[in-house]
Write a protein of this length. Structure first.
Length: 264
């Protein structure tokens, strides 16, 4: 049997298993599968390769995840954090070309994290499988936002699998967005792991919604609270001349305790 240390992190309900020990590539498929039984996604803590980064986080399918970034940052600074004070650190995250800046604030009941998201190079309207979407292409993931209809669970899952067969992206999100209620329901497909997950909280999906709303509003900064099953993620997005200049997401993080999992 092989043993690996891991911790369960809870950023806005997006339960993430962070593996703390270097993983043997031969073990990863089984290890990921076992940890997915108690989480929505699995991330691996690794040594950074780029200057200035204090750590590297690799998601199970090589995708990007803002929630995993902020939660991992909170775990890394947990012992040195002082209540009411913020700490910023650069981290390498899979799916992002450059390290991202994560800011963590220790609160009375946990942490609040803020992540400066990677660029949003393209937002446009696309019709896929006969359905119009706002397609938000980001580093590491593409989100398809639908704001004019709701899907039943099986219908949404079938649709996203069809879309995944048509698009080359490593990770694709299907976001049902209710603008009036400021509520989204995220479903995410990750090609590398073959997973299809109804996420309780989706950082990149929240960023995609915020970016799309900012572009819809025109030049200036848009601040929006994106409600989802696990809670609320705050998004701040700046737009100018039809382009997104920056996107930040903020949310609450709760830390679990270090645990050991054994695999054959």
């Amino acid at each position: 049997m092989k043993s690996y240390r891991y911790v369960l992190l809870d950023p806005t309900g997006n339960l993430t298993a962070l593996v703390l020990d270097p993983a043997d590539p031969a073990d990863e498929r089984l290890l990921t599968g076992e940890l997915l039984k108690q989480s929505e996604q699995v991330a691996y803590l690794e040594l950074p390769k780029k200057s200035g980064a204090v750590a590297a986080i690799r998601l199970m399918g090589g995708e990007f995840c803002g929630n995993a970034a902020m939660a991992s940052a909170a775990w890394l600074i947990r012992d040195e954090a002082e209540q009411g004070r913020t700490k910023a650190l650069l981290m390498e995250i899979s799916g992002a070309e450059d390290p991202v800046c994560c800011t963590v604030l220790k609160t009375a009941d946990g942490f609040e994290g803020t992540v400066e998201m990677p660029g949003v190079p393209e937002i446009g309207t696309e019709t896929i499988c006969g359905i119009p979407f706002t397609a938000v292409r980001m580093e590491g993931i593409t989100h398809l936002i639908c704001d004019d209809r709701a899907f039943e669970k099986e219908e949404a899952e079938s649709l996203l699998r069809q879309i995944a067969g048509l698009l080359p992206d490593e990770a694709i999100g299907l976001i049902q967005w209710d603008r009036a209620e400021q509520y989204m329901q995220p479903l995410v497909f990750v090609r590398g792991s073959g997973s299809l997950v109804w996420e309780h909280g989706c950082g990149s999906g929240s960023a995609a919604v915020g970016a799309a709303e900012a572009l819809r509003n025109g030049t200036g900064e848009t601040e929006i609270e994106v409600k989802q099953p696990g809670g609320t993620i705050r998004v701040s997005a700046a737009a100018e001349n039809g382009k997104i200049l920056s996107v930040k997401i903020s949310g609450r993080v709760k830390l679990g305790i270090e645990t050991i999992i054994e695999i054959p």
